[in-house]
Design a protein around this ligand. Structure first.
Ligand SMILES: N[C@@H](CCC(=O)N[C@@H](CS)C(=O)NCC(=O)O)C(=O)O
Length: 234
């Protein structure tokens, strides 16, 4: 099966959660946004109205948006799902919690929303990030750390006994946070999550992808942005 991914070309953003799964599995896919004229093609696809926002993934039969839903769709065919229906539901549940976390990470630098420039909301962003670093960042990370510790299949992955799309997404969130808030992240004690992220980078196909020029660097336009004035201890 060959897939088409529709996402903005210049940021890893939420498209990267889908890309990591496709790359890890060695799936055949076209990254439409990164072809010549790709931004226009993505915009035209959105204008048709079937999907509210990218990423969108399609195969020859259907077209799906919302990161968590896309990953739930492709995890089994890509062999990145846990065994068992309870484990699959738990994987999806944690992926949705990760989506909540990603939204809160985005809102640290854009608490007034994406239509106001960062420079016009910097003071509110400082307040929002300070509260995020004090309370929400440790709360989310503790929850995911605990999920690895309490995984009945062993303390390697978040759910089940093999790497899933959820673990790949967890790796991406930790990488993004290390870029955006390095000082705050240096104060977090998350040994299980650090081990999990390391194991992800050691995967054969994913490791090759991460070292390739297909992997987009974090930058100041995406979800994970580094503003030194925000990354301070309260
Ligand atoms: N909950 C959606 C969020 C999608 C989303 O916010 N996409 C961004 C790019 S990362 C976008 O282009 N949004 C346009 C908009 O919200 O108008 C998901 O997880 O896929």
């Amino acid at each position: 099966m060959s897939y088409r991914l529709y996402y903005w070309p210049s940021i890893p953003g939420r498209g990267e959660f889908v890309r990591l799964a496709l790359e890890d599995a060695g799936a055949e896919y076209m990254d439409i946004g990164r072809l010549s004229g790709g931004s226009n093609t993505v915009a035209e696809m959105l204008n048709r109205g079937e999907h509210f926002a990218p990423p969108v993934l399609e195969d020859d039969y259907e077209s799906v948006s919302q990161v968590a839903q896309i990953l739930y769709w492709i995890a089994i065919p890509l062999q990145l799902a846990p065994d068992g229906k309870h484990e699959l539901r738990r994987m999806h549940q944690l992926q949705l919690t990760l989506a909540d976390f990603v939204n809160e990470i985005h809102d640290t630098h854009h608490p007034l929303g994406p239509s106001v420039y960062y420079e016009d909301q910097t003071e509110v962003a400082k307040q929002r990030t300070s509260a995020f670093i004090a309370k929400r960042l440790p709360k989310f990370l503790r929850y995911f750390e605990h999920s690895v510790e309490c995984n009945p299949a062993g303390d390697y992955w978040l759910v089940g006994e093999r790497c899933t799309t959820l673990d790949l997404s967890m790796f991406q969130v930790l990488s993004g946070l290390d870029y955006a808030l390095p000082n705050a992240m240096a104060r977090q004690t998350i040994p299980q999550l650090r081990d999990l992220a390391k194991r992800v980078t050691q995967r054969r196909r994913l490791g090759a992808y991460l070292a390739s020029d297909r992997r987009l660097a974090f930058n100041q336009n995406g979800i994970f942005r580094h503003y030194p004035e925000l990354d301070v201890e309260a």
